[in-house]
Write a protein that binds this ligand. Structure first.
Ligand code: GTP
Ligand code: MG
Ligand code: ZN
Length: 383
């Protein structure tokens, strides 16, 4: 196999305090910690920048993107000395890695892998499949390699990628019909994000016990017509829970949605005894709640794994060029080839078939509105 030398900066793991790279902390702060990583910008001796180390890696496996894990996945390791497992949770610099026999091994990321960190972000995330050298004598294992990922849940925050979970098969996009009220712009944003990450989206309209459902039938119709499974649910009256339980019983499912929409409550209702923390009072109006503070992979009794994610206050799309956003609005597809200009952005152009379809009621104006907000990179505040 062809080998390639790559140069890695040494300063990354020499100067950063490990504690500052704590993902859990990032969630607690309600913002990915990369945004608070001025430690990189500290004044350094000039020669410091040139401190590099050369490592040899396989040159054969595909690089799907430029992030640290993909680099990490291309590293050659001595698999005979390693075990394979799945990252269940990350607390500080220690990850819990589960092997096929169900055992949990506390592991740290090998220092050489840490050098591939980008902006202080850990190279691993919950759901990653990793190879690690088990500890001898009760210590921690060392993660040597991360397998290539499929199905990622990621969002942007202050122009950086915040990876929440990897190797996810489907995502429940949970919104509350009331307390807090439905924000379809946010649903559309999560939908585009799921499609981009290669994860099947399922829409959950939650807290159905609080509203008259008749006035929301059009929402169910709108998304069902686009081919998205749309479930009305309530932890309070157990509506929709059978179907959700069924969906969750295989593969890995992530649960996303703004804070307070009842994600943890739904999981607790589906599997009594799970005891995920939920907000004690329905104080969805108060800011900075965020009861769930870090992502964690949970094995369900009925089979399948779930990742309960914390709702983030701001959610930017990540990894989608403006020109690609329209591809993820499925109902636009039929009209796009009829636009006068081949590079039509469906915003200001004359002869735009998409805008015409909105005008004639073939495309829902709310969906077009969501598209325009995403195109303009306007953040939809989830407060
Ligand atoms: N009426 C009603 N209230 C609900 C329902 N589900 C959850 N709640 C209430 O909504 C509040 C928030 O629920 P959580 O489950 O903590 O919400 P979450 O989405 O996990 O929130 P974060 O962890 O902050 O992202 C709690 O006070 C729940 O009791 C429901 O089906 N009906
Ligand atoms: Mg929660
Ligand atoms: Zn157009």
């Amino acid at each position: 196999m062809a080998k390639k030398k790559i140069r890695v900066a040494l300063r990354k793991n020499r100067h950063n305090r490990t504690r500052a790279n704590d993902l859990t902390q990032a969630y607690r702060d309600d913002a990915p910690q990369a945004s608070s990583a001025p430690t990189h910008d500290r004044v350094r001796p000039k020669g410091d920048m040139s401190r590099h180390r050369t490592i040899i890696e396989d040159d054969a496996s595909p690089a799907t993107s430029t992030d640290g894990a993909d680099h990490a996945s291309r590293r050659a390791i001595d698999t005979a000395r390693c075990l394979q497992g799945r990252v269940m949770s990350i607390h500080g610099s220690t990850s819990s890695v589960q092997t096929a026999d169900g055992q949990i091994h506390p592991c740290q990321v090998r220092r050489l892998l840490k050098t591939l960190e980008i902006e202080g972000r850990s190279v691993i995330t919950v759901g990653d499949r990793v190879w690690f050298r088990p500890s001898t004598g009760g210590g921690v294992g060392l993660i040597e390699k991360v397998d290539p990922r499929s199905g990622v849940i990621a969002r942007g925050y202050r122009h950086r990628r915040h990876l929440i979970a990897a190797n996810v098969d489907q995502v429940l996009i949970v919104s509350a019909l009331a307390e807090p009220g439905l924000k379809l712009g946010l649903v559309d944003r999560y939908l585009v994000s799921a499609e981009c990450g290669g994860v099947r989206p399922i829409i959950v309209l939650n807290k159905a016990d609080l509203v008259d459902l008749a006035s929301f039938q059009w929402v169910v119709g709108l998304y069902a017509q686009l081919g998205y499974e749309t479930i009305t649910a309530s932890a309070a009256d157990r509506r929709g829970l059978d179907r959700l339980g069924q969906l969750l019983s295989s593969g890995v499912t992530a649960i996303t949605g703004q804070s307070g929409v009842g994600k943890s409550s739904l999981l607790n209702a589906i599997q009594p005894g799970l005891n995920l923390r939920v907000a004690e009072v329905s104080d969805w109006t108060s800011k900075g709640r965020h009861t769930t503070t870090s992502a964690e992979l949970i094995a369900l009794e009925a089979g399948g794994y779930v990742v309960d994610t914390p709702g983030l206050r701001q959610f930017e799309l990540w990894g989608v060029a403006p020109g690609q956003i329209s591809e993820h609005f499925l109902e636009f597809r039929a009209y796009i080839p009829q636009c006068r200009f081949p590079d039509c952005s469906h915003s200001h152009e004359t002869g735009c078939a998409v805008k015409e379809a909105v005008h004639f009621g073939q495309i829902h104006p709310g969906r077009y509105d969501s598209y325009r907000k995403l195109l303009d990179q306007k953040s939809i505040d989830d407060e």
